[in-house]
Design a protein around this ligand. Structure first.
Ligand code: ADP
Ligand code: MG
Length: 343
């Protein structure tokens, strides 16, 4: 895969010959399914490469964007559009995310575990900035799970404001009645109090990751079914989160968990060698798990760099204290590996 990606990225060339294809993938079967031009050259720009040895190579029509939105398990609604070419989507984004994508070099050891990014669109559409990336949901029945990784979901800069806000106090009491005294609710709370509360009310505090949402598809179901997002995000403890992971994988074919674990462990091994991780603080970033219930593929990729920023010298394991910017990404990653192994 690394070689193939470099064919695509480094040379800026999205075509490979039959000989190159065979060298990378070793079989003619998939090559013949592809759209080969008269010179026997395959245009890879319309293809998505999931994993080494083509776990799945897919072509996607833009019509399926409706499905993609339906299958969005986390994040903000209305944030996606069809891509400029099949197999890609546009995400409404911000400067931090575009910068992070550009700084993930294609030869970075963590790059194979990150969603593939193609371009940021210079001209805003409807006043918004968009980024084009690989569509990770290629099959109609793909089951997907979004897990936010790290020990906090807010930036230090978001936590600095000392202003007392009654709107946040109201939200906190709505989430957990009785979490504030009448006096506290009346005076209001700081954004830091609210955000720490939100993280502690999920598994972020205990496990350094939380499940944002997921879909499953049992054999007798026509389409994937979503788990309740709010309930997912409220799971706090290991046993409950483990149970949810178990439910996500319960409709997966045999071997899916192990394929996913191999990729997660690959990411864990890549992080100490990754320049991207050496120079970034990752907040609110997710791992997007996708499997096809028919067994064609299983993948997990890093997505969502909207709060990822340049920061030198983080360990990604040390506990966060205000000012040290630590994100505890690796602690969350190790916990998710352990829980999937035991689920
Ligand atoms: N490259 C992608 N391909 C397919 N679906 C995606 C992709 N990126 C994100 N999604 C879907 O959209 C959701 C939100 O994406 P995310 O990047 O986390 O946006 P937000 O910044 O709104 O949180 C994810 O949970 C996932 O379901
Ligand atoms: Mg997100």
């Amino acid at each position: 895969m690394a070689n193939l990606l470099s064919l695509l990225d480094v040379d800026g060339d999205s075509k490979i010959s039959q000989a190159e294809w065979l060298r990378e993938f070793g079989t003619m079967e998939e090559f013949q399914k592809a759209d080969i031009d008269n010179d026997g050259v395959i245009d890879l720009s319309e293809w998505t490469i999931y994993s080494p040895k083509f776990e799945l190579l897919h072509n996607l029509s833009n019509d399926s964007i409706e499905h993609e939105n339906a299958a969005q398990v986390g994040g903000h609604a209305g944030g996606f559009r069809p891509g400029l070419v099949p197999g890609r989507i546009l995400k409404k984004t911000n400067e931090l995310e575009v910068t992070a994508f550009k700084e993930m070099a294609c030869d970075d050891p963590a790059a194979p575990y990150c969603v593939k990014f193609f371009s940021s669109l210079g001209e805003p559409i409807d006043g918004e900035q968009w980024v084009e990336m690989e569509n990770l949901l290629q099959a109609k029945n793909a089951c997907v799970m979004d897990c936010k990784i790290g020990g906090r979901t807010f930036l230090e800069s978001e936590a600095k404001n000392a202003k007392l806000r009654t709107d946040l106090a109201t939200k906190m009491v709505k989430h957990t009645p009785g979490s504030l005294t009448a006096d506290e609710a009346k005076k209001g709370i700081t954004k830091l109090t609210y955000m720490r509360f939100r993280d502690a009310a999920s598994s972020i505090k205990e496990l350094k990751f939380r499940i944002e949402g997921y879909t499953t598809k049992a054999k007798d179901q026509k389409a994937p079914v979503s788990a309740d997002k709010v309930e997912c995000q409220k799971l706090q403890h290991e046993a409950d989160v483990g149970q949810a992971l178990n439910t996500y994988f319960s409709t997966a074919p045999n071997g899916t968990k192990w394929r996913v674990l191999r990729q997660l462990k690959g990411l864990e091994a890549a992080i100490p060698r990754s320049d991207f991780f050496k120079s970034h603080e990752l907040i609110g970033s997710s791992l997007l798990f996708v499997y096809d219930p028919d067994g064609t593929y299983a993948s997990v990729k890093m997505i969502d760099f909207g709060k990822t920023s340049k920061r030198q010298g983080l360990t990604h394991t040390a506990a966060w204290q205000s000012g040290n910017h630590e994100d505890e990404y690796v602690v969350g990653l190790r916990n998710i590996i352990r829980l999937i192994e035991h689920s």
